[in-house]
Design a protein around this ligand. Structure first.
Ligand code: GLC
Length: 661
């Protein structure tokens, strides 16, 4: 099969182009053949899992191979070089130097042109991976689910720029060591997407990309399905006059779910992904992956076929664009999100442990639940990496690991209710909003920026410097832990996390956004300090300089935070999260005090990790200052330390200074 496909490409190449271009392409075809050969067993197995029993299976395999080879041959030289370099460095996306950030171009600076001017700012923050939220694409003007209803993966939102500008911007990012991340809503497209429009115009082939059901079909599936937005959406289906059918719409009514039981849909979606990778995107954020496969009588989430779909996309990327990586997005329990994560699926996945437990530990001044979950799920398999965030642009997802809860005797419903009251109920430092207040799920859904959740909004309202100081310390603590955990940390610029921005309530005045409180944490970039009180300016300054410092230390000086496991340390102190990381060059112990009172960690918990006599806290007030750990370590309220043994660290920096390499 493969040799047949390659033979056809070879014949075509021999018949076209000038001699120089021909030999360049023929050489590249050889490389593509080798990669395709390596992926073939996996690709065949995935297709078998999805479409086993179909007589046209070999033809489907041929179509996908042709697609990957075509896109591989179209891949620009500069990107081929990137691929070649990264084939020898498979952990390129997970070194300690890799720090991510996410933003909406429109809400951050307005246009792609202006974003280019932000590069020096991004470099100041040591950002080397940038997620452009999906408002960068052409979407329906209204009701586009914050850009997640995409009308065309190949067109840029005209209000912010053009595809040519995006390509150029990606090239500039590349020169500056910044890897662009783009969304691919693999589960759905906007009802304005060309596929959906064709289906509405009566194109039966395109209608087969979707689920177009009659009332009986809808009623057969619906009773088994959950609801993503229960307040806003009463059903998972939306009537469409043109198709004369109920279209499957798991999310908003303008987002039509794709039907992967049809192999043509799989190939079409893979084509969009490879197109984006050839424009220079280096990471594709695969949105809402649990929903990709529907099966009657089930809740249509996390079906085993999802892994085969992701595996197919991954195999095609490995062939056509191996210097890129797929990132799975799902906010669920760690055990479930890990099903999407793998070198043969998505090598990166969102880490819901950080999203849920950092806030849980702060609210309870107790990190033992987080420690238990990290022991079970904090490490990922070699070659894979978590994407760690404090907050996303969505609601807070309190998805906890049931086994860890059971081991500690924690009742999860009570825990979630308590968190709902703590963050949304008033009477504490935090200010969250309810998301889908009437939903009857057991999950307490809340929204808010890191700044507001950590106490800045209330402190500023009260004009209270002490409260402000505590809030800034909490934010520093959250970020310090995030940067130390295995995985790639991602800074939420769309929530203004670099400056501790507080909730933005302006969405409430917009008819089309009013019912979706997630907009409270999708802030307009605030560069106008004029309207702010001195206290707020001071808070923003402190959060900003903390962010710059912490990122700088991690990127410059913490090889122990490269991809690799962590070991949770039991200190016997519930408020303190402690874990060790190491690589060949460095060993570090992270100590994080989630409580408002000082805590002491006894020396016997540190010795096994090389901390016997003197240590340096890499993020201490006096960087590089040596402190004794013989009698243990005192942590101030909300303090986090990255402790390295002083002697080894001093040796290491001496070697770094004298070694010209
Ligand atoms: C993801 C996005 C969310 C969106 C949904 C549907 O969960 O993060 O914002 O509503 O997918 O695309």
């Amino acid at each position: 099969m493969l040799s047949h496909v390659i033979g056809r490409f070879r014949r075509e190449l021999h018949a076209a182009g000038d001699a120089e271009d021909r030999s360049r392409q023929v050489r590249h075809l050889q490389a593509l053949e080798l990669r395709a050969h390596a992926q073939l067993p996996k690709l065949s197995a995935h297709l078998e899992a999805l479409y086993g029993g179909r007589r046209d299976l070999p033809a489907q395999l041929g179509t996908l191979l042709e697609l990957a080879i075509t896109k591989g041959l179209e891949r620009p030289d500069e990107l081929r070089q990137l691929d070649a370099a990264r084939e020898h460095d498979p952990s390129w996306f997970s070194s300690h130097k890799r720090i991510g950030a996410a933003l909406y171009v429109d809400r951050h600076c307005g246009t792609l042109g202006k974003l280019e001017q932000e590069i020096s700012y991004l470099k100041l923050l040591n950002v080397s991976m940038l997620h452009l939220m999906p408002t960068v694409y052409k979407t329906p003007e209204k009701n586009n689910d914050g850009g997640y209803a995409i009308s065309d993966f190949r067109s840029v939102n005209p209000a912010i720029g053009t595809m040519e500008e995006l390509r150029d911007l990606f090239a500039t990012f590349r020169k500056n060591g910044i890897s662009p991340v783009m969304d691919v809503t693999v589960n759905h497209v906007a009802d304005e997407h060309a596929w959906a429009r064709a289906a509405q115009a009566g194109d039966t082939e395109k209608r087969g990309y979707f689920f177009a059901l009659d009332a009986a079909g809808r009623d057969a599936y619906e009773p088994h399905l959950g609801r993503v937005f229960p307040d806003i959406r009463r059903s998972n289906f939306t009537w469409n006059d043109d198709t004369g059918r109920y279209m499957w719409t798991s999310f908003m009514s303008s987002q039509w779910d794709l039907n992967y039981a049809n192999p043509a849909t799989l190939a079409a979606m893979a084509g969009e992904q490879l197109f984006l990778l050839n424009q220079g995107a280096e990471v594709l954020r695969m949105d809402a992956v649990p929903w990709l496969w529907k099966e009657l009588g089930t809740d249509c989430k996390y079906r085993p076929q999802v892994q085969a779909i992701l595996g197919t996309f991954n195999a095609l990327c490995r062939i056509a664009a191996p210097g890129t990586v797929l990132l799975a997005e799902a906010i669920h329990e760690p055990e479930r999100i890990k099903r999407n994560l793998g070198t043969d699926r998505c090598p990166m996945a969102y880490n819901t442990i950080t999203l849920a437990h950092l806030w849980d530990a702060l609210a309870h001044a107790d990190a033992s639940f987080m420690a238990e979950v990290l022991k079970r799920h904090g490490n990922t398999a070699p070659g894979t990496s978590f994407l760690n965030m404090v907050r996303t642009h969505d609601e807070m997802g309190f998805y906890f690991d049931k086994e860890s809860a059971a081991a500690l005797g924690i009742d999860l419903d009570t825990r979630r209710r308590g968190l709902g009251e703590f963050y949304g109920g008033g009477g504490t430092h935090a200010k969250a909003q309810a998301f889908l207040a009437n939903n009857n799920s057991t999950h307490m859904l809340l929204t808010g920026t890191t700044g507001s959740l950590a106490g800045l909004e209330k402190a500023i309202e009260a004009g209270d410097p002490q409260q402000m100081d505590a809030a800034v310390r909490r934010i520093r603590l959250l970020n310090s832990v995030l940067l130390g955990l295995p995985g790639v940390p991602m800074l939420n610029l769309m929530g203004g996390d670099d400056r501790g921005q507080v909730n933005d309530y302006s969405y409430q005045a917009d008819e089309t956004l009013r019912t979706d409180s997630r907009w409270v944490n999708r802030v307009q970039r605030d560069v106008d300090f004029k309207a702010k009180s001195p206290l707020e300016i001071e808070a923003m300054d402190r959060v900003f300089s903390d962010t710059v410092d912490l990122n700088r230390v991690r990127a410059r000086d913490m090889p122990a935070f490269d991809a690799g496991p962590m070991q949770v340390i039991d200190t016997g102190k519930a408020p303190v999260l402690a874990f060790a990381r190491q690589n060949g060059q460095q060993e570090v112990v992270v100590l994080a005090n989630f409580s408002p009172s000082p805590q002491k960690v006894d020396p016997q918990h540190l010795r096994a990790h090389g901390l016997t006599e003197a240590a340096i806290d890499k993020i201490g007030a006096n960087e590089g200052q040596v402190q004794s750990v013989v009698a243990g370590v005192e942590l101030a309220p909300y303090q986090c330390m990255w402790l390295v043994p002083a002697d080894r660290e001093l040796d290491r920096s001496r070697i770094l200074q004298t070694d010209p390499a």
